[in-house]
Design a protein around this ligand. Sequence first.
Ligand code: ADP
Ligand code: TYD
Length: 204
Amino acid sequence: MSLHRSGLLIVFEGTDGTGKSTQLQLLAQTLQEKGLPVVITREPTDGTYGKQIRELYANRDAVSREEELNLFLADRREHVDQLLLPALQSGKIILCDRYYLSTVAYQGAAGLDPAHILARNDFAPVPDLALLFHAPIQTGLNRITQGRGEELNDFEKEDYLRQVAAVFSQMDLPCIQRIDAARSIEAIRCDILERVQPFLEKLQ
Ligand code: ADP
Ligand code: TYD
């Protein structure tokens, strides 16, 4: 999608428990300390469709795979119109926890065609940078159950996540930079800062 925009869209992608939310918060803090205008957001959102999606976590088979895809797309449309485009046009640095690469990988792993899913996202602004976190699936799952003390939901089944990871690993888009997420929080933080720096220079 081509439109004039003066901000930056940085998205955090990858399988569950790879540390996306942790690193998003750390990057937000660093950018805010530099006085930069940061907006933090996530998908699924907290809007009407996002809430419907969260209800599916405990019972994924309540809708068909195509209906599930439509819910993620409807949520994204609302997010793009209400938050992402206005923020980009007013020069904000948006840090978004999951975006359309998650749809390609998760709904792709659920049986839909990844190329078809990507094409259906053509309304959504292309990220300037997609940080794609990868770590062994078991590492992520252990972090979720031990670290966050949570039970695994229907989107977090091990075999399914292996297929999700396989779709992520085949992606080849110019915006993607891969992050080895099996390292320490601090090592990943420094790595991400280095990758983001050139985008900040272009912004100023
Ligand atoms: P995600 O957003 O990718 O699902 P989170 O950022 O919520 O992942 O991290 C999941 C859990 O793992 C949290 O308890 C977090 O504190 C912990 N964690 C995050 N990054 C690391 C890391 N590099 N090493 C060890 N634990 C981590
Ligand atoms: P997650 O990012 O872990 O957020 P939280 O658990 O804090 O709500 O969960 C979102 C889940 O939704 C995750 O398992 C991936 C899935 N998902 C999709 O299947 N398709 C999508 O398009 C998006 C954005 C997320």
